[in-house]
Design a protein around this ligand. Sequence first.
Ligand code: NAD
Length: 520
Amino acid sequence: GELEPFSNFPPSDFTEKEQRDAFPVAMSNIRKEFGKQYPLYINGQDVVTGDTLDSYNPADPSEIIGTVCQAGVAEVDKAVGVAKEAYIDWRNVEPRVRAQYLLKAAAYCKENINDLCAMQVLEVGKQWEQAQADVGEAIDFMEYYARETIRLGEPRRMGNSPGEYSQYFYQGKGVAAVIAPWNFPLAISVGMVSAAIVCGCPVVYKPAGIASAVGHGLVDMFKAAGLPDGVFNYIPGRGSVMGDHLVDHPDIAVIAFTGSMEVGLRIQERAAKVHPGQEHCKKVIAEMGGKNAIIIDDDADLDEAVLGVLYASFGFQGQKCSACSRVIVLDSIYDRFVHRLKEAAESVKLGPAEDPSNYMGPVVDKAAQKNVLNYGKIAEEEGKVLVKLEAPAEYTSKGGCYTPLLIVEGITKNHRIAQEEVFGPVLVVMRAADFSEAVDIANSTRFALTGAVYSRSPKNLEYASKEFRVGNLYLNKPSVGALVERHAFGGFKMSGVGSKSGGPDYLLQFMDPRLVCENT
Ligand code: NAD
């Protein structure tokens, strides 16, 4: 039958007791499995390796989520080899049939949503509703791309010359390497993987090391969907050991990457080089970092603006590519806004994400903690501290990866802290004489991912639409929380190359357009 039109998966309603109670149960179920070994998955088989990496709970590093087998170059070669084999049949499977596998995997996620969320709370420190949003987005990607494949799957007749039948259609490019970040550990992984698969490109998937247990969820969902062997392969591994090898492999046709600018640029450079035996130019889709700003106009609704800035800056500890890290405030409203922001920020509760009364939790691991603390020092040197809120000693004493909620003012566009992505709970406040200066400041970084404006002036909102040049601009709402389709997502400049995920052009990147013309 025909599919219903796409709509976003509705978030859980935690005011309902049943939904509230499901989470702690799921959490204790996951805890019962702690310490489990996660093998690789290649050609429909579990593969155990000698090299392993432990994944831990950032709120309490003594809690080991699981022991994850690590792929080396031999396992990469094996996975790419079976994916190359699988490509020959998979590319000719009807788009409608391929779409069914995504819908089945989405159904699996809906049935297991609490377990999938609980794993994120424990492995990367997401708050409940943030974990829900991530799993909801994963479901959305599969529901949306399934429909997009069907839309694009019908060959189009070109022209109507008598004596000629000319057809335009798409075919998957070949084996796709999917290299994912840890911050939206299910959604972004599923988005890139499902897009490739549904387009006819078998996948070799490398999750981020610190989110590999969440990443293993893809094995479970595609097994449940009955996907043919070799079409999806899971090869967690250290970027430093097998990352370059995967990118350089001559049989990789597409690389879908989401992560930092540094790694994204390295991948683009390496992918441009042709290796012996390579028969195609590699296509790289790279979604990279941001240094996102929110502008507060002099007539902004401060109730909304303060909450919006707080949520965009400190939700999931500021570890979103879309997070706000600069708030640019017009001079005439500066004192009032900053006073309100300080008050609101000082009321934030810090502690483990699994306790829903905590607004902000630990950053994702010890390395992130060190990096964020270092940027905190730079921020304090360059500006003046407005708020520095530490986690209570009962949590830090366990070695939890906490960093303070930090807000500094007195920052101008040439400061390092106004230019470099921190990826943590550090917000700088900047002052602008007027609206056009505010937009200039907003545009003064290499990045162009998200931004937001709080204003009641139609003229200024229209000006921002044109001149505040970012991939996703939000007017009178926070810069975070993009939904599939409604807020198709992605940036430009140093924030990435490729068209928007969850948008109408995304799938085209994984396919070659072909034309067959028959003389009739
Ligand atoms: P990262 O760049 O450190 O790692 C991303 C992935 O690349 C990981 O799987 C990592 O193991 C792998 N990798 C590392 N070295 C590699 C190499 N030499 N070759 C191949 N792969 C290699 O990023 P992260 O810390 O996981 O994620 C945070 C970053 O991601 C931030 O910069 C954030 O802004 C960005 N991000 C962007 C978007 C977006 O849509 N634009 C979304 C989420 C996150």
